[in-house]
Design a protein around this ligand. Structure first.
Ligand SMILES: [Zn+2]
Length: 345
């Protein structure tokens, strides 16, 4: 089990990167993986602060995370030999730092500039262009430095996506319990409780999650970090990724370009909560309250794409038993569920 050793959350916490590096005994050289925009917002400051302590810091700009991009980052790691990688940015940059550092056997620090999904603290990375559309195991961050002043500058839609990703753990945990009960799959109560607690916190505090409310951002940030820790404890994405994530992956395959990951998972969770015969209306109402999509048109996809995605979702990951595998729904049944829950008209 790998867990972060330092988690620093709040306003202006970026400036504490030097203190974190010192406490972790990091000296010599560091490499920052970031994007153009994230570099301006936070990457440059991280570099300047670390250089003031005498560290040598290189910056590598990445835009995509395909497997060949990861290999390019690894070539730079081999050439520069940094002691630590620092991912500064949204999901893509952090995933690039996470996976390349894991493959090269060095630690990485996560400095998120958006809150669009739980990858900021999880040990898993999402890579495009692989046979599997879902995340693969990499490593947990050694430290997380999340500055809410930096995060507040990101588009509001990324916050909504992050909320959707957290809320969707409600059905992920239901699926995990189902797999334990019916397929004798390993189930960890602690990891499941941690993921569920994150969902509850976001649902209970959904009124705080609005523009300019630092407290609301903090609730979401802590919930996303707890989800990452839950995955580290479970040793897989199980507590945080069930049938609703399979629906989102399927939607990516039937409709591209598509909505944000957490927005799709939120809608997926409404559908699969209905299938679990649980309180799907509470999930839908919370999503509506924070301004997240709850219909196909709000996701920017056609009604038939939602039905197709729901039908094919179980085939994406046959080994990950969920309510969709259990029910094995026909196209007509998928359409009925999408209509009853109001996702399609
Ligand atoms: Zn997710």
């Amino acid at each position: 089990m790998q867990l972060p050793r330092e988690v620093i959350v709040g306003k202006g916490t970026l400036s504490r990167v030097t203190e974190v590096a010192q406490r972790l005994g990091l000296s010599g050289s560091a490499m920052i993986i970031t994007g153009q925009k994230s570099c301006e917002i936070a990457g440059k400051k991280v570099r300047d602060l670390l250089e003031q302590t005498g560290m040598t810091v290189g910056t590598l700009l990445v835009e995509k995370v395909t497997f060949s991009d990861i290999l390019k980052v690894e070539e730079r790691i081999k050439a520069w030999k940094p002691r630590v990688l620092i991912g500064v940015g949204g999901g893509t940059k952090i995933d690039a730092a996470k996976l390349s550092s894991a493959r090269q056997g060095i630690p990485f620090i996560s400095v998120p500039t958006t809150l669009s999904h739980d990858g900021i603290a999880s040990p898993l990375a999402s890579v495009k262009g692989l046979a599997k559309p879902y995340s693969i195991m990499a490593q947990a961050p050694l430290a997380i430095i999340a500055d809410t002043d930096v995060i507040a500058q990101a588009p509001w839609r990324s916050v909504i996506s992050g909320c959707g990703d957290v809320i969707s753990k409600f059905t992920a945990v239901k699926d995990w319990r189902l797999a334990h009960a019916e397929k004798n799959e390993y189930y960890g109560e602690y990891a499941a409780s941690l993921a569920l607690m994150s969902t509850k916190l976001v649902i209970q505090n959904s009124k705080l999650i609005q523009h300019g409310n630092d407290e609301g951002l903090r609730v979401l940030l802590e919930a996303l970090i707890s989800c990452g820790v839950a995955m580290s404890i479970a040793g897989s994405s199980r507590p945080c990724s069930g049938s609703e994530h399979l629906f989102s992956h399927a939607l990516d395959m039937v409709n591209c370009p598509h909505a944000m990951h957490g927005e799709q998972c939120g809608v997926g969770s409404v559908l699969t909560a209905y299938l679990h015969k649980t309180n799907w209306k509470r999930i839908r109402n919370t999503l509506q309250q924070i301004g997240a999509p709850t219909t196909a048109s709000e996701l920017g996809v056609k009604d038939e794409d939602v039905v197709k995605a729901l039908e094919m979702a179980a085939t994406i990951r046959p080994e990950r038993y969920t309510i969709l595998h259990k029910l094995n729904l026909s196209r007509e049944a998928c359409e009925k569920v999408a209509k009853i829950t109001g996702i399609i008209s």
